[in-house]
Write a protein that binds this ligand. Structure first.
Ligand code: SF4
Ligand code: SF4
Length: 395
């Protein structure tokens, strides 16, 4: 799939399967319950329909899916989700759940899923272990396993132990993912190792895919946008398959374009208007942050489109450049964060004229990031989605 037309054709071919699935699982009672919850949280039906329309567009689905997205919230059985926390700071969960007030995405997520979540459960110790065991047994082959955090692999994984029996994070992740239907890596640590895997990586930390050798959909970001996570979950719920991804296994609809492509400061980049020093006139006028180290031209994510905290703001909007947090190895390849990356090969406009070469960044050589950029830049995408259960990769 190389363009929107092909993507639309792909989704149209799945339409009847989606209808069959929704009709089988739909419940009027559940729908009414969900709308009562929306009202209690200050959202009208109209707000919800607007949200469904927004998600349809964000996920690059044809408009005919709007009503199906809205109906997905009224599915009578929760989609079981087992959410594990490994080597991480819990910032991804915080970002997802600790917004100003529960937004529609959070409510949907709460309604359609979450069977087990290390951070949110009241219980602890042995009771939690029993709950986890029961969830794995009861939903075996049907649940989605979400992993937040990297997996330390050195010395048998001893640098991360979890739970009352001191199980290694590696063993726990292996045990839970073995019975999962889909595995999602939430955040850059789970996707690519994150800060734990930064040089010299003393614990041998890796992303889930690399550590376990299984199929995983990566939803990177430090933290990722809740839109990216809810959209990926909705995709699985509607289609019973993962979304098409790029070669870094990131959903294309969320990670298919650069921060730079939709940045509100882009006109200043094209006009050669740059912040030269923190607090200068350019900073006050909202000019481009490239010279202050912004990695937006090298970073694939949708922050510039959807922002954070219910769309209130995002890092570049607040005055700091993007640090490239959704790219693999960004702590090593994107630093120093407040200086332009001299290997990126980006010629900046000199005060007049439009951008000439920021799109020629296939020459940037910095490990996997470079490969990803080159791949995107040539437009030769993409991995198809999969409806198969998690299984060993043949890489
Ligand atoms: S370099 Fe950064 S601040 Fe400038 S337009 Fe690109 S993304 Fe925006
Ligand atoms: S703007 Fe850049 S650094 Fe900030 S969250 Fe988005 S991808 Fe990460």
């Amino acid at each position: 799939m190389k363009n929107t037309k092909e993507l639309y054709e792909y989704y149209y071919s799945l339409l009847s399967g989606v209808d069959e699935r929704i009709n089988k699982l739909y419940s009027k009672e559940k729908e009414e319950h969900f709308h009562r919850r929306l009202e209690e949280n200050g959202f009208s039906r109209r707000d919800f329909l607007k949200w469904a329309s927004f998600m349809t567009a964000a996920m690059m689905l044809p408009p005919v899916f709007e009503s199906r997205i809205a109906k997905a919230a009224a599915i009578k059985e929760r989609t079981p989700v087992i959410w594990l926390h490994l080597a991480e700071c819990t910032g991804c969960t915080e970002s997802f759940l600790r917004t100003r007030a529960p937004d529609i995405a959070t409510l949907i997520f709460d309604e359609i899923s979450l069977t087990y979540h290390d951070t949110l459960m009241m219980a602890s110790g042995k009771r939690v272990e029993e709950h986890l065991e029961k969830a794995i047994e009861r939903y075996s082959g049907r649940y989605i396993c979400v992993i937040e955090g990297a997996i330390p692999t050195k010395d048998g994984g001893i640098y991360l132990r979890v739970g009352p029996d001191g199980e290694t994070g590696y063993h726990r992740a292996k045990r839970v993912t073995e019975h999962a239907k889909y595995v999602l890596a939430f955040g850059t640590c789970a996707s690519f190792g994150g800060v734990q895997a930064a040089h010299p990586n003393p614990t041998g930390a890796k992303g889930v895919r690399k550590a376990l050798g299984i199929e995983v959909v990566n939803v990177p970001g430090c933290p990722p946008n809740s839109v990216n996570m809810v959209g990926t979950m909705l995709h699985i719920l509607l289609f019973d398959r993962t979304p098409p991804t790029d070669l870094l296994y990131r959903p294309l609809w969320a990670y298919g374009s650069r921060i730079h492509d939709y940045c509100e400061r882009r006109a200043h980049f094209d006009a050669g208007e740059f912040v030269e020093e923190w607090g200068d006139e350019g900073a006050k006028k909202g000019w481009c942050l490239y010279k202050m180290g912004c990695k937006g031209p090298l970073t694939y994510n949708d922050c510039s489109r959807y922002r954070f905290n219910q769309g209130i703001n995002w890092p570049v909007g607040a005055g700091h450049g993007c640090i490239g947090c959704s790219e693999p190895g960004f702590w090593d390849t994107m630093a120093p964060f407040e200086e332009p990356n001299d290997k990126a090969g980006i010629r900046i406009p000199g005060g007049k004229g439009v951008e000439a070469t920021a799109d020629e960044i296939g020459t940037f050589v910095a490990g996997a990031t470079a490969a990803a950029i080159a791949i995107h830049a040539t437009g030769s995408i993409i991995r198809g989605s999969t409806g198969k259960s998690s299984k060993k990769e043949k890489e």
